[in-house]
Structure formats: C-alpha cells, structure tokens
Design a protein around this ligand. Sequence first.
Ligand code: 3HC
Length: 273
Amino acid sequence: MGSGIAQCTALSGFEVVVRSRSQSTADALVAGIEKTLQKQVEKEKITGEVAGTALSRITATSDFSVLSDCDLVLESVVEDIHTKKHLFLELDRICADHTIIATNTSTLPVIEMAMETGRPDKVCGIHFFNPATVMKLVEVVRPITASEDTIESAKEFATACDKIPVEVRDQAGFVVNALLFPYLNNAVRMLEQGIASMEDIDTSMKEGCGFPMGPFTLLDLVGLDTSLAILDALYEEYRDPNYAAVPLLRRMVTAERLGRKSGRGFYNYHSEK
Ligand code: 3HC
C-alpha cells in the first residue's frame, strides 16, 4: 500500500520520502515502484520522461529525521494500534509544527493516534484503497479533534493525487470497510459451510453482480492478516456478529496463508515448477 501511495503521489508532482525501518526495505519499495512505472511506459500509458521524473522525486530512507522536512506524513504500517500510537508519538517529536500527520488505517480509531501527539488538530485519516495506484477513492477521516484546515488540506492533497475524496467520521471501517467486510466474511462462512466452492462463489459475484473480482480474489489482494485485523477492529467497536471473523479466516492467517503477498491465500500464487 505504501509504495502504491508513494507512486501516485510522486506522479502527481509531490516530493516524496519513503521511510522504512531498514534501508534495504525502503530501497526495495522504490525498486518496485520503478518496475511498475516501467510497465506503464511499456504500455505507453506514460512517457519514459514522466516515469523518470516521478522516480527522481522519491527518496528512500530508514532515517526518521528526514521526515522533519515534510508538510504531510502519511503512515501505512501494520494495522496494530500499539505500533501506530508509538509511531505517532515519534512523528510528533520529529515533524515540524505545521506538519499534518495522517494515518492510512482501515479501521483503527484515528483519535487514539491523534491523542498521542501534541497536535491532535493536525491529525486525520487519509485512507487509500488497494491497488492504490488504480482505485480512485480516498476516505478522509475526521476525528473529533481535527481542524477544518486539516480536513480541507487532506482533501486537497487527495484531489491533487487525482483521487476522489469523501469525508467520513472516525468510526471503525469508515464507509467502505464497514460495508465490504461483512460481505467478505460471509463469503468465507459460505465456503466453510460447503455451500459452494470458492471458485464458484467468486464467479457468482463477478458474473451475477458485475463485481470486478470475487470475494476470495479480493481477500487475497487485501491480505488475509489485514482482513482479519479489520474484522477484529470492527467487532471490537460494534460487537455486531456480522463482524465476528469466521474461524477459517483466522486459521488461514495462523497457517501464514496471507494471500498474494505470501504466495498463498485462498488461491495459490506460487508459479508452477
Ligand atoms: N497492483 C497494482 N496495479 C494493479 C494491480 C495490482 N495488484 N492489479 C491490477 N493493476 C492495474 C493494472 O496494471 C492496470 O493498470 P493500467 O490500466 O494502468 O495498465 C489496471 O490495474 C487494470 O488492471 P487489469 O486490466 O489487469 O485488471 P482488471 O481490469 O481486472 O482490474 C482491478 C484490476 C483494478 C484490481 C480490479 O479487479 C478491481 O477494481 N478490483 C477490486 C479492487 C477493490 O475492491 N479494492 C478495494 C479493496 S478494500 C481496500 O483496499 C481497503 C483496505 O483498507 C483494505
């Protein structure tokens, strides 16, 4: 997600710092962006010059202090509230006073991150969708502490990245995940109950409802660990049984079948040898 966000931001003319815990991971992220941009050039979607300029706007680092120069910092780390709160504490210490610190969280309470900082008025959610380079929507999430200026700047940023912003209150799942994840969870339940095969469930939702991909393909794209974290956060907030993760999903995560990123989720992505 982070690299997708960095790519569309750089293509939109922003100077971007990709900060990761290690230099090698940061470099690998930028190498991935270079590869995707190259594909776009081959498909004649963009020129080599545009790709080169976008790439030259991206700095890869493991050094936290480089973020002190940024006007907007958007975190996209693991969906774990303790990790995020710790990060916000650090960011608040490093970032300039005017900097907006935003989270790409899918479901976690933005207010908890905001309250770790001395600038809760300058904290909001800026939530991109998978794949970030393609999906147009950005949810701008307003915790009760955010100022009007912060929300307006976040919307302007999303629009400048050629995205379509919508404003949402700081409630678990915002709009999309609150509606999407009961559907995905129920698809797993349907599979677990043996009502249909996953291929046939995927085909049904594609061909019967015109969805671009079926629920299992989408779960694999989002990542099963991320999906489980989202459902757990939704259940924590609403205590609605629709959000209680189906046992099969939890077991898939325990078995490290995380989707495309681990080479296996509901489908197998390892190339045949
Ligand atoms: N990563 C990056 N780019 C991708 C991609 C991926 N995994 N898959 C496809 N693309 C790009 C292709 O390169 C292509 O770009 P181009 O037009 O510039 O060449 C474009 O997407 C279209 O790809 P294809 O023609 O190969 O494939 P499709 O027409 O099947 O579209 C799709 C692929 C856009 C991913 C489409 O299947 C889709 O819209 N799927 C639904 C995705 C969705 O629902 N996302 C939301 C998930 S929920 C979420 O993100 C919330 C978070 O909090 C978890």
